[in-house]
Write a protein that binds this ligand. Structure first.
Ligand SMILES: Cc1cc2nc3c(=O)[nH]c(=O)nc-3n(C[C@H](O)[C@H](O)[C@H](O)COP(=O)(O)O)c2cc1C
Length: 349
């Protein structure tokens, strides 16, 4: 199997996916503690980096305990991408620089950034070459299967990336047109694995640890990248690692253990962020993910979605545990839970 151009603790590494607003330093640290082997920053604009925009540069900060880490950049101007890669390398020395050829968001693709590049593979090549010339660290790419169904051709795209100098290719096998809907076509990951000499990382629809193992077995991918499946359950990395190593997965955490992880995560955010009030509001989404599926949680979720400071969170968890243990869940809560469950079922159907 092809080897990764940076050190990984396991021969089949688990990656935390680059995710805007989610794969930030505190969550990356947490996932590394639970066994993510490699993490990647959210995508950062080459223009913002090149101009040393303070908000962009702030997002480049990471701790030694996050390594190996890749910094992901996007942009369609090869020269600007090269300059950004040189700045990132000189200032932060990540293990690798990842180029985003997957972002489907209008604001980005309008300027041919992200998956917009996939409409013109010579542009993809020139961007990779410029970045590879500008940095001594390995350059990797994250691609989709194509711009549209008509232009769907992951093997050709991946081969062009490899030819231009990509040392690892991650495939999210959906087209830009699909955004995040429809099933990820894992057979396309298998086809790209067959076609390339460099390591191929598989991504898409890993919702459980068992999915991670299944992707590895079905596609032969060199690494597995977990994205939305990690929301509110960073321990999934430990479960996936156990299954990949042929061991039984550890039991799922108890409610108290889940809350402890959420509070650890909150503490990491507090230590990292310079704007605690803003960070607490941003953190509400994580809180919602941590309590997803808990019994009688309608009131818990409602309260967590209103927090304005981290100090409130521990008290809310404490109240929930006390009510659960004391069997004091209000019948109103049960009714609200039932109504929410019914609405969720109707929405899915
Ligand atoms: C909230 C969110 C933000 C994302 N941001 C990025 C990003 O910055 N860079 C990137 O390459 N992909 C990004 N993605 C895509 C994911 O990395 C991944 O390719 C996609 O979610 C498919 O994997 P999944 O089905 O396991 O979620 C994002 C996805 C989500 C849900």
């Amino acid at each position: 199997m092809p080897e990764f151009p940076f050190p990984t603790a396991h021969p089949v590494p688990l990656f935390l996916a680059p995710m805007a607003g989610v794969s930030e330093s505190p969550f990356r640290r947490l996932c590394r503690r639970f066994g993510a082997d490699v993490v990647v920053t959210e995508f950062l604009s080459a223009e913002g980096i090149r101009r040393e925009n303070p908000a962009t540069v702030a997002k480049l900060r990471f701790g030694a305990d996050e390594r190996p880490i890749g910094v992901q950049i996007f942009g369609a101007d090869a020269a600007a991408m090269g300059e950004a890669a040189a700045f990132v390398t000189d200032t932060f020395q990540p293990e690798f620089i990842d180029i985003n050829f997957g972002c489907p968001v209008k604001k980005v693709v309008r300027r041919n950034g992200g998956s917009g590049c996939l409409k013109d593979l010579s542009l993809v090549e020139s961007v990779i070459r410029a970045v590879a010339r500008a940095t001594p660290v390995p350059v990797t790419c994250k691609i989709r299967s194509g711009w549209s169904e008509e232009m769907r051709d992951p093997v050709t795209i991946a081969l062009r990336c490899q030819d231009a100098g990509a040392r690892v290719v991650t495939l999210h096998p959906r087209t830009r047109a699909q955004m995040y809907s429809g099933a990820a076509a894992w057979d396309e990951i298998a086809a790209v694995v067959q076609a390339l000499d460099v390591p191929v990382v598989g991504n898409g629809d890993i919702k459980t640890a068992a999915d991670a193992l299944r992707m590895r077995v079905e596609t032969g991918c060199a690494g597995v990248m977990i994205a939305r499946g990690s929301f509110g359950q960073p321990w999934m990395f430990a479960e996936a690692r156990a299954l990949l190593d042929g061991r039984e997965a550890p039991p799922p955490p108890s409610i108290a253990e889940r809350f402890a992880v959420a509070l650890d995560h909150a503490r990491l955010v507090q230590a990292y962020d310079v704007d605690p009030a803003g960070a607490a509001i941003e953190f509400r989404k994580h809180l919602g993910w941590y309590v997803r599926g808990l019994p009688h949680s309608a009131d818990l979720r409602r309260r967590l979605h209103q927090v304005g400071s981290f100090a409130e969170v521990e008290g809310i968890f404490g109240d929930y545990m006390a009510a659960l243990e004391g069997g004091e869940m209000a019948s109103g809560d049960r009714a609200a839970d039932a109504a929410e469950a019914a609405m969720a079922a109707a929405a899915q159907g």
